[in-house]
Ligand binder design. Structure first.
Ligand code: NAP
Ligand code: HSE
Length: 428
């Protein structure tokens, strides 16, 4: 019989349990497709006694994930514990250092240490794969490193956090409270251990930085991503945006400009009838534009047990077939440190002001915008409450820095009752 590919799984939470289920359900199918059996030999988690809904009795147990990564009866270490440092990093380093392949779903770890880990993998002739780390079940890393490998990539953009898309769309569809919808997303296994990572935009920014490195042949530069989360988006913004024909998405864009790499992750308005605008629930969508292929679009579930385990096992199948390619699509030492672009494309913005309901207040806001060279495209004022007048403005195209100057001045006025909200309107 052909020698099985032997797996160790570090972490038996949402993703780890899903991986066990796939191996146990599809043993024959995996063997037929890979040309060899795929077997779990050892596992690790914090609690040995926790019921995880799967039979773990046939696997060796290690309390310490680093000891797991050293075992002689393991070819591939699957790291699905999470965390940018600590046990996850130690486990992955140990595995790679011992020449074992690593498959991980841990975008935080790779966003922080991707370059050194990719170099370590190559030095030890091991694979470092992370399909599950970006956009859940969508094989976007494979698309970039394989299917689109002959293209110069011009832009990568999309919705890359399932929790945020779930929150924004369920709030719009049901009028439910933000905290309740976030709690649902946690119960469904979508959210990170600290959900502030999701709603703060950091998780999606981790993913964007990995895609940017793969798309542009650059070193991962998470610190270079401009990040804004969805915490300040209210149901009012969601409803007002819908009223004006838009939907709010946490949208990431990576593009190589003349002066360097632009990476931003921020809430944006997109046309409600566009493919991005119609993205519901936990779904993600990634758009890649290549010089020869044109625009390609990838959509699917961005989080959860089944989709994430599916992506992990796709990487395992490649390893079983003998495919070892550089983590970011090009040898790690060839990746360049791109300068950070200081220019972002100008955009239209949706602005929401909470102003004192007094004569002349609106004129004052319009004057400040005008003094900063910001031209108004559309404006609405309705829903007065307790002497507060909500004012919605859609601007013509403007640079964000210019807009920020105007908003800071308006926020400093006595008649401004809450910090203004500004959301970019993205052309898709
Ligand atoms: P989770 O449900 O919280 O599971 C984490 C697992 O890691 C648990 O089994 C936990 O053990 C174990 N663990 C944590 N610290 C450990 C330590 N020091 N030693 C040994 N085991 C430890 O997390 P998850 O949702 O499966 O996510 C795992 C990874 O996948 C994260 O990097 C996450 O970002 C990524 N990811 C998740 C999803 C998703 O939809 N959930 C999607 C894509 C990527 P106990 O169970 O004993 O506490
Ligand atoms: N917390 C992440 C999300 C998991 O909601 O998208 C998938 O990476």
């Amino acid at each position: 019989m052909t020698e099985p590919l032997k797996l160790a799984i570090a972490g038996l939470g949402t993703v780890g349990a899903g991986i066990v289920k796939i191996v146990q359900t599809h043993g024959d199918l995996l063997e037929a497709r890979a040309g060899r059996p795929i077997a779990i030999t050892a596992i690790s988690a914090r609690s040995r006694s926790k019921d995880r809904g799967v039979d773990l009795s046939g696997y060796a147990w290690e309390d310490d994930p680093v000891a797991l990564a050293r075992r002689d009866d393991v070819d591939v270490v699957i790291e699905v514990m999470g965390g940018e440092d600590g046990p996850a990093k130690a486990c992955v380093e140990t595995a790679l250092g011992n020449g074992k392949h690593v498959v991980t779903a841990n975008k935080a770890l790779l966003a922080m240490h991707g370059q050194e880990l990719a170099e370590l993998a190559e030095a030890n002739k091991a694979a470092l794969r992370y399909e599950a780390a970006v956009a859940g079940g969508i094989p976007i890393v494979k698309a970039l490193t394989e299917g689109l490998a002959a293209n110069g990539i011009e832009r990568v953009m999309g919705v890359m956090n399932g929790t945020c898309n779930y929150i924004l769309t369920v709030m719009e569809d049901t009028g439910a409270d933000y905290a309740d919808v976030l709690k649902d997303a946690q119960e469904l296994g979508y959210a990170e251990a600290d959900p502030a990572t999701d709603v703060g935009g950091f998780d999606a920014a981790h993913k964007l930085s990995l895609l940017a490195a793969t798309a542009f042949g650059t070193r991962v530069d998470f610190a270079g991503v401009k990040i804004e989360g969805i915490e300040r988006i209210s149901l009012t913004d969601i409803e007002d945006a819908a009223d004006m024909g838009y939907r709010i998405k946490l949208l990431g864009v990576a593009r190589m400009n003349e002066d360097g790499l632009e990476q931003r992750m921020q809430p944006c308005l997109v046309p409600a009838d566009s493919p991005l605008g119609q993205l519901e629930g936990v779904s993600n969508m990634v758009v890649v534009e290549g010089d020869f292929v044109g625009q390609t679009v990838y959509q699917g579930p961005g989080a959860g047990e089944g989709p994430t385990a599916s992506a992990v096992m796709g990487d395992v199948m490649d390893i079983a077939r003998g495919l070892v390619i550089p983590a970011f699509g090009a040898p790690a030492k060839s990746l360049v440190q791109a300068p950070r672009s200081t220019k972002g494309a100008d955009a239209e913005y949706y602005l929401r002001f909470s102003l004192a309901d007094q004569a002349g207040v609106l004129a004052r806001v319009a004057t400040i915008l005008g003094e900063h060279g910001i031209s108004i495209n559309r404006m609405r004022q309705y829903g007065h409450a307790d002497k507060m007048a909500p004012v919605l403005i859609v601007t013509h195209k403007v640079a964000r820095t210019r807009l920020d100057g105007a908003l800071a001045e308006i926020a400093g006025e006595d008649v401004s009752l809450a910090a203004p909200v500004a959301i970019r309107i993205e052309t898709v």
